[in-house]
Design a protein around this ligand. Structure first.
Ligand SMILES: [Zn+2]
Length: 112
């Protein structure tokens, strides 16, 4: 996926580990997600098939609960993508600061 920010900068989502992209989970869903991870670890059977099934359940839930967020690293505008199909539904938010933080979505663990 590629789209243009209002400043003219192109934002690409064609690889992994992007420093300007994040996955957002609502607080209303966060603890259910953590409970699902706990269950996958603690309540899953010992067979490879049972472990694979639990892993796929967690991954599926992660995909269903998250919204994609992008930040333009030129101007700092934030975009929420409300769609998972090929045609994005983007909603933009602009900082009210003259000097916005342009690395809000960068990894908490830096460039490990
Ligand atoms: Zn921009």
């Amino acid at each position: 996926m590629k789209f243009l920010c209002e400043c003219g900068h192109a934002i690409y989502d064609q690889t992994d580990y992007l420093s300007y992209k994040a996955y957002l989970i609502s607080d209303q869903d966060w603890f259910n997600f953590l409970d699902e991870i706990d269950d996958a670890i603690e309540k899953t059977g010992s067979t490879t098939e049972e472990k694979e099934k639990a892993l796929m359940r967690v991954r599926s839930l992660a995909i269903n609960l998250t919204k994609l967020v992008y930040q333009c690293d030129e101007c700092g505008n934030i975009f929420f993508n409300n769609s998972y199909n090929s045609s994005p539904q983007l909603e933009m938010f602009r900082s009210c600061s003259d000097n916005p933080n342009k690395i809000l979505l960068k990894s908490a663990e830096a460039d490990k």
